[in-house]
Design a binder for this molecule. Structure first.
Ligand code: HEC
Length: 202
């Protein structure tokens, strides 16, 4: 017997067993890829930007603030900020100071800061067109209506946000009931200042 010969008989036909490196099946690659992709989607939807203060079931710090029961106004302001930073800032700017030729300022605006919200509720719901004087400057543009984009609660929230959180604006909160009542009055087309000035806000 030479040193290379097996001491025991080989099984089967006597061929030595081999371990072929089989290629990874393509379905496994696809399933794994899909899993990784799903994980990324899941994380971006639920990980709250990896903020240490955001836990399940909340997906973002806004949701955490909105659910904070310690400050009853926090939820409203958080919702208002969300609407503002989704829509209104596009023209009125994030700081609320407006932009020449685009939109008048909300900070310091006598319309925004009026004691009652009856006029701004109608502006937000129905839109506004034609000349309007804001802080002594005349604007003559058009704003579309937001009534189909947002609920009474959301409009009340964004109006509260611009009255209490933008710049140094300090005015009272706006109630969803006020917005609901204003919405119930049919108004084809945008408001004009002539119409609005007939509505008392003192
Ligand atoms: C596409 C641009 C645009 C967006 C978005 C927009 N506005 Fe306006 N807004 C205007 C323009 C333009 C005017 C002035 C219209 C005029 O000259 O008659 C105006 C006027 C106003 C006024 C009265 C004038 C003032 O400055 O106090 C308020 C209040 C107001 N907008 C609130 C809002 C709120 C709240 C939102 C978000 C829900 C919003 N706007 C989104 C363009 C916009």
């Amino acid at each position: 017997m030479t040193p290379n010969e097996p001491s025991q008989p080989l099984p089967g036909n006597g061929a030595e067993p081999t371990a072929n490196p089989a290629p990874v099946p393509i379905w496994l690659v696809l399933v794994f890829g899909a899993l990784v992709y799903w994980c990324q989607l899941y994380l971006s939807a639920h990980a709250g930007g990896f903020s240490p203060v955001v836990y399940t079931p909340y997906a973002s710090s806004e949701e955490v603030a909105a659910a904070n029961p310690q400050d009853p106004g926090a939820r409203k302001r958080a919702m208002g900020r969300e609407v503002f930073e989704k829509t209104c800032y596009l023209c009125h700017q994030l700081n609320g100071l407006g932009k020449e030729g685009i939109a008048p300022p909300l900070v310091g605006s006598e319309w925004v800061l009026a004691p009652h919200g009856d006029r701004i509720a109608r502006i937000a719901l129905n839109g506004l067109t034609g000349p309007i004087t804001v802080k002594g400057q005349e604007w003559n543009l058009t704003m579309v209506a937001w009534r189909d984009n947002y609920s009474d609660e959301q409009i009340a929230a964004v109006l509260t946000y611009i009255r209490t959180k933008l710049g140094d604006n300090k005015a009272s909160d706006i109630d969803a009931a006020l917005v609901k009542a204003a919405r119930a009055e049919p108004h084809p087309g945008p408001e004009t200042t002539d119409e609005l000035l007939k509505i008392p806000v003192q």
